[in-house]
Ligand binder design. Structure first.
Ligand code: SF4
Ligand code: SF4
Length: 81
């Protein structure tokens, strides 16, 4: 688990999943999302879990809105203290 306190960065991370329509297709592709009962929008609101993302891109492959968990994880890791 990582720690992010920069509010501007937290908002930028949330915006990465702003187009999510909550279809939850990403969850079905990912043990990490399943484990935490969250879709990519949930991940964007809980970026402290970014160090558990495998950066595999399976979520992006199925997301109808083109949201990529790798982007969320990478931005979160960059913002980590
Ligand atoms: S697949 Fe995309 S649109 Fe569907 S819940 Fe996941 S992030 Fe949202
Ligand atoms: S990139 Fe991360 S969030 Fe997306 S399917 Fe892989 S482990 Fe899950």
């Amino acid at each position: 688990m990582i720690n992010i306190t920069d509010k501007k960065k937290l908002m930028e991370i949330r915006m990465l999943a702003g187009a999510c329509m909550s279809c939850d297709d990403c969850i079905s592709q990912c043990d990490f999302l399943t484990r935490h009962h969250m879709n990519l929008q949930g991940f964007a609101y809980s970026p402290e879990y970014a160090d558990e993302c495998l950066l595999c891109g399976k979520c992006y492959a199925v997301c109808p809105r083109g949201i990529d968990g790798c982007d969320i994880a990478n931005m979160a890791m960059d913002a980590a203290e």
